[in-house]
Design a protein. Structure first.
Length: 384
């Protein structure tokens, strides 16, 4: 039996992913960051003495990614100096038209990179086998990893790692739209020596399911719902022990932030919160604000959020959590040059606001902002 082996476990690179909320500039930086994180996995391999790297599914966002994405992925993989084993997941399944069979991939894949297209035990280094559970369609009809290990004999004198992709009911509350992985059956396979470690993908946050069953999470965060993305796992494995260490390779942040506003002091607090955040060019914020503001302060809030959107990768108003109501006062309109139809529209909106019309509230706030910009000669971005 081999002694201790160290390898790296990653997953869900989803190269070619598009996040519409970032805009063109932010999207370009986000795409590059995902490739840079792959290259940093090579640095972690060197630092930890890892013998190989496994990627547990969803290497690419889909099977029709642009040729440039494939070529740049191949270049990033060259930065990893040890064998790399890739396993197709639900996003890049081995279905008709799979990119794994494309001329672009085959022409540029580095020699040390292997795509595991079946479940035959693969000896990646002497004394260590990797058993893959590749997806052959986006909608499997059974447990997506069970067939890969059900009929295996005990590993004997080798260490054996299962690499698969999918979800457990206990983690997602039974909401998966494909059959879940049977964790009890996996535990039996670990207990009887058929497997020594299970490396999984599909969950984007690094997650320990059991001591020897882990999700690596994505190499770079993809949404505000992820609690521990941006890592690669270093697994130090023996027949009798397993030590898993997380190494940070991601550089982006995605934050959901909610706050309440009720006057000028609360706006100062929000400004201070924005100012204190690091890595602004690599941070996306989904912002929820609730409360009531005078129209001048509401205009100031809108201008602040617009300006911060230029500083950060993106600041997006949460559709469900943006609950700011205007509190118009007569003084708010004294300095605005409104007459004729504009004044009539203003009066109509104020009457509608009194009945609790939220659309009227939003229209009134916009009207105040536009009228203020017209009367001062400022553009919306200059108003502060």
């Amino acid at each position: 039996m081999t002694g201790e082996i160290t390898f790296l476990h990653s997953a869900d690179w989803q190269l070619g992913m598009v996040r519409r909320f970032l805009g063109p500039d932010g999207q370009a930086r986000f795409a590059q960051a995902r490739l840079d994180a792959v290259a940093r996995i090579g640095e972690v391999a060197s630092q930890t003495g890892a013998a190989f790297v496994v990627v547990a599914g969803d290497v690419f966002e889909h099977n029709q990614v642009e040729r440039q994405t494939i070529l740049r992925a191949a270049e990033a993989l060259k930065r990893i100096d040890v064998p790399v084993l890739l396993v197709p997941g639900n996003h890049d399944a081995l279905e008709p038209g799979s990119l794994w069979l494309s001329p672009q991939w085959r022409a540029h894949v580095p020699e040390h990179v292997t795509v595991l297209t079946d479940s035959t035990p693969h000896e990646v280094v002497p004394g260590v086998q990797v058993v893959a559970a590749p997806w052959r369609s986006r909608r499997p009809l059974t447990d997506p990893v069970a067939a890969a290990y059900d009929d295996l004999a005990p590993a004997g004198d080798v260490l054996r790692v299962l690499v698969g992709h999918g979800q457990f009911d206990e983690l997602n509350g039974g909401l998966t739209d494909v059959p879940p992985i049977d964790v009890t059956a996996l535990e039996r396979a670990l207990d009887d020596g058929r497997l020594h470690f299970v490396a999984l993908g599909d969950r984007h946050s690094a997650t320990r399911v059991r001591d020897r069953i882990w999700y690596a999470g994505s190499q770079e965060v993809t949404s505000t719902e992820e609690s521990d993305a941006g890592n690669v796992l270093a697994v130090a494995l023996t027949p009798d022990s397993c030590e898993v260490t997380k190494h940070r390779v991601g550089t982006w942040h995605m934050i959901e932030y909610r706050t309440e506003v009720d006057g000028e002091e609360s706006l100062h607090a929000l400004e201070d919160w924005f100012a204190e955040l690091p890595d602004k060019e690599r941070t996306y914020i989904r912002l929820g604000v609730a409360g009531s503001l005078s129209l001048p302060l509401l205009t100031r809030l809108d201008a602040m959020v617009d300006a911060q959107g230029e500083v950060f990768a993106s600041v997006e108003r949460s559709a469900k959590q943006w609950l700011v109501r205007p509190m118009p006062q007569d003084a708010d309109f004294e300095d605005l040059a409104l007459s004729g139809p504009a004044r009539a529209a203003l009066d109509e909106l104020r009457q509608a606001l009194g009945t609790g019309d939220d659309e009227a509230a939003a229209a009134l706030a916009l009207m105040h902002r536009l009228a203020l910009n017209t009367s001062t000669g400022a553009t919306p971005r200059e108003t502060g």
